[in-house]
Design a protein. Sequence first.
Length: 68
Amino acid sequence: MIVGIMQSMVAVLIVIFACGIYFNFFDIQTSLNAAVESLYLHILALFVFGFFSIISGLFLVHEWLESR
C-alpha cells in the first residue's frame, strides 16, 4: 500500500510539473532553457507517464484493500 501511495504522489507531482511547464508558471520555461519545438513532446511524455503512474498506484492500493 505504501508503494502505491508513494507512486501516486510522485505521479501527481509530475503532472503538476508538466502543467507548470505548459502554462509557464513561475517562468519555468526560461529557467529550463526549453526549446519550443520539443516542449510539447516533453509535456506529452510527462502527462502520459504521470497518468499511467497514477492509475498503477491506485490499482496497487485497491489490490491491497481487497486482500485484507
